[in-house]
Design a binder for this molecule. Sequence first.
Ligand code: FES
Length: 194
Amino acid sequence: MVSTLGIALGATLTLVVVALHFSKGTEAAIPDDISQEVLEQRAASVPETDFPEPMNRSIGGGGVAAGAVEAGAEGELAEGAEEEAADDDPSAIPDDEAATFEVEYVKEGATIEVKENETLLEAGEDEGWDMPYACREGQCVSCAGHITNGGNSEDYVKHHTQSMLGEEELDEGYTLTCVAYPTSDLSLETRETP
Ligand code: FES
């Protein structure tokens, strides 16, 4: 037996569902696209750096960053700096372009040919001699030696990145063999510290 109340309740619920289906909701204002605006705000708040950073934060990487360096200009700068660094680093000279000099290792009792792209330390090691060294970066004096030709050692070698010898010690002929590339014939006493 069908209850009249049940039928009435069912009909009411159906009407409510139909009415809800056709009713319009409130209009929500949806911005066209906020992403560009947000990116610009972020870019303006993040300072540019002159060193590589991960992801999108390297110079020019933000694309919309205020004051970002143009990729082309930065590229040219980086290229120029690289070339300068290569000019400054004798080890970057290709073997077939490197000049050769006669280096007398006084205590070892031998004169050998050393290319301008190898250090006095490496050349001695290649001969199998027990050469002193520690950092190999011009940051200590373990590898120090004395150029006995007279005058400033940098008249005979190019020091790459040495930071230990002062002008007076260089004038006396001292050198750090781990970063000393010959630029002339010379005589070297190894194990001589200023
Ligand atoms: S090994 Fe340290 S300065 Fe040469």
